[in-house]
Write a protein that binds this ligand. Structure first.
Ligand code: SF4
Length: 295
């Protein structure tokens, strides 16, 4: 694997950022080999050339250890927002596993987004981290239909297997749920898809289901997406262009109705879907930064 030079691994979350209560971000890998046709990380906003080729940061674990040992606040560190931390290369290089060892050693919390069952390899570490700090695992699912998933996310395990992964994590007592994102207009924005994902999440003991009920289409990612959807559904990119023009945030036409259906389904199954409630729930055992400062 190719290595790229870097001076920092962790960055502090934007002040006021509400995204799953994350305190620090890091990407141990650059690029991703899973090939999701809608991936926002392809966009030129992130300056990742040859996105489908996975590279690692040189001396990533050494730099990470220096950073973790110097931080006063042992907050939640997010793994992989621009690349899946359990990409295929991780099986051999174990950089994510090495980072989890360090997170455990320095008693930080962890937030992981993944579509891979390789996360099950690290259940032992996640359980140990959870004894001292907060853990939240988000398994991404865009469609419950395995055939559709295979064309939208060509190198990812089936959606069925992702629900099984959720189930195994939950059986091990790990706080985990489903990230139903993105929702692709004209493709995955059906009532049936949304209701089925919520019900399968609940069957498999999800602590939460979260969605933004739409997608992001930035330059370069947009062109790639249009090229791919036209191969699957000839002419569909014309519908996108006529409805959304060059909007970055692209929501289904029935956005409000779908959101209402989603919330009703979550309420029916008593599963959390509100960001503030999810944060409050998974962080319930550990004092917040504000609480600590009172002492
Ligand atoms: S797994 Fe995530 S980072 Fe990788 S291609 Fe798919 S959406 Fe992009």
């Amino acid at each position: 694997m190719e290595y790229v030079k870097t001076r920092t691994i962790m960055t502090k979350s934007d002040k006021g950022s509400h995204w799953f209560g994350i305190d620090y971000h890091m990407n141990l890998y650059k690029g991703c080999s899973y090939g999701c046709i809608y991936c926002d990380s392809r966009s030129d906003a992130y300056h990742i050339e040859n996105f489908d080729v996975v590279r690692s940061k040189e001396n990533a674990l050494k730099i990470l250890e220096e950073e973790l040992s110097s931080k006063q606040y042992k907050g939640v560190v997010s793994f992989g927002t621009l690349s899946d931390p359990y990409n295929k290369e991780e099986e051999m290089y174990e950089i994510t596993r090495g980072a989890l060892e360090l997170i455990k050693k320095y008693e930080f919390g962890v937030s992981i987004d993944t579509k891979s069952d390789l996360i099950l390899r690290d259940v032992d570490l996640l359980k140990e981290i959870q004894e001292k700090n907060n853990v939240i695992i988000k398994i991404s699912v865009t469609t419950y239909e395995d055939e559709l998933s295979r064309v939208l996310e060509p190198h990812v395990i089936s959606s069925t297997r992702r629900f099984e992964v959720l189930n195994i994590l939950r059986k091990n007592g790990i706080y985990a749920g489903i990230l139903m994102t993105p929702v692709l207009p004209f493709i995955t924005d059906s009532e049936d898809n949304i209701k089925t994902i919520v019900s399968k999440a609940c069957e498999n003991k999800a602590k939460f289901v979260y969605t933004k009920m739409g997608m992001t289409l930035r330059r370069r990612a947009r062109e790639y997406y249009y090229e791919q959807i036209d191969k699957l559904y000839p002419g569909l990119s014309f519908d996108y262009k006529s409805v959304y023009e060059k909007n970055v945030v692209v929501n289904p036409l029935k956005y409000k109705d779908l959101l209402e259906i989603f919330v009703n389904e979550c309420n029916k199954y008593h599963v959390l879907c509100d960001m503030s409630e999810i944060i409050q729930d998974y962080k319930r055992k550990i004092p917040t930064r504000e609480q600590i400062s009172l002492f």
